[in-house]
Design a protein around this ligand. Structure first.
Ligand SMILES: [Zn+2]
Length: 76
């Protein structure tokens, strides 16, 4: 069974919320990137130093994000 448009939209929104934002610095410590929606860097979000420099996001996440983005675009 394929996913409904709503499920695709939800997954895209969830993933987008975590996409690193390299334009915006952390509102707490000025580090980049920040976690999309939160405006905080990885360590300030999770309290884990190994989430620095966008380490919470990998190539697989980016590929999935791009795939979903195209599906969402196609729904419009
Ligand atoms: Zn920070």
């Amino acid at each position: 069974m394929s996913k409904s448009n709503q499920e695709i939209q939800d997954e895209f929104d969830n993933l987008s919320a975590f996409r690193p934002d390299w334009e915006c610095s952390c509102s707490n410590c000025d580090a980049i990137p920040t976690v999309g929606e939160l405006g905080l860097c990885g360590p300030c979000t999770w309290g884990e130093a190994d989430t620095m420099n966008g380490a919470w996001w990998d190539d697989k996440d980016e590929a999935r994000y791009e795939e979903l983005r195209l599906l969402v675009e196609a729904m419009k």
